[in-house]
Design a protein around this ligand. Sequence first.
Ligand code: SF4
Length: 338
Amino acid sequence: MRKILYINLKNKKVKSVHQYDEHKINLNNNNLVFEAPSLAGYGVVGLNKLKVYNKNSLSQTGGHFAHFMKCNGYDFLVFEGESDTPIYLYIDKESVKIKEASHLLDKDYDKVVESIKEELNTNELEIASIGLASVKKIDFSKIIFRNDKSCGKKGLGKLMADKNIKAIVLKKQENLIPYDISTLKKYNDSIAKKITNKSNANWYDENNTCYGCCLNCKNTSLSKIKRYGFSEKEASDINKISNFYGLDSVTLARGIDTYKKTFDTEIVDLENFIEDIINNYSYYKPLFINEGKFIKKNKTLQDCEKLGFCKLLMEKDIINDKDKKILAKSILGVSIAI
Ligand code: SF4
């Protein structure tokens, strides 16, 4: 059974519903959904995948947000309608508050985090936020999480801005208690060993980029940006400025490359150029039309991602189907279809 929190942004009412059939989630009216995997929240090594989607697009990210969504008790957050003023949502288990966010609107992720921590008088928060690019309704703006994680595909940041949601704030909570803690521990240890061959690695360090993983992979955006001919330093600058404004960095890199080739020019001041794009987006928009490549995934990867495991770990063949079934049963107490 999965728990869904519906947030009606129009009348500012929230309701939580338990549902067996997750396909019954209402995606009408362009609802925005945050989904945590059913096995998240219990401390499984390498299980951290968050999905963010509406009826037209889907984006996934690692990080810590999915874990803390589940620790607060929620599998899905479904945002319905639009708020008439900027808001942020604050979830502390059953206490769900919709708070005024006009004062945060032009702030970047770090400043939003700083202000909200001060306002709520606690550092124990996990925060997702949009940046200035979303507020300015840029099509390829993204939702930003801690440790430079983001969901960027096809303007989910813009959708969040259209709904007038500046941030989603989760109070950090203790891990959920699994059905069979000793079996879970055994499987967790075996997964950890297969990943690094170390039993004493710090899987749950707060500063790890992803929850339950100490590998701290380098950002894959950098290598994708470099495919457009940018140097390591240029790629890093594009990535950094994208995170500051909340833009999808690879789309931005592709647009800059097209601009340079079209006008046979160099970008002398990257920051000024990006600000110009944000402030005069209708002029620059043709540079950023998405090529929309379709990548067919193999079934094993799809299944593992559905459970919430990182796909990079799956490519290393970390657990087999039997392990997955036992792991799921040790957490939920019932068998699930794998
Ligand atoms: S392998 Fe890399 S991307 Fe995957 S969970 Fe670990 S740090 Fe995150």
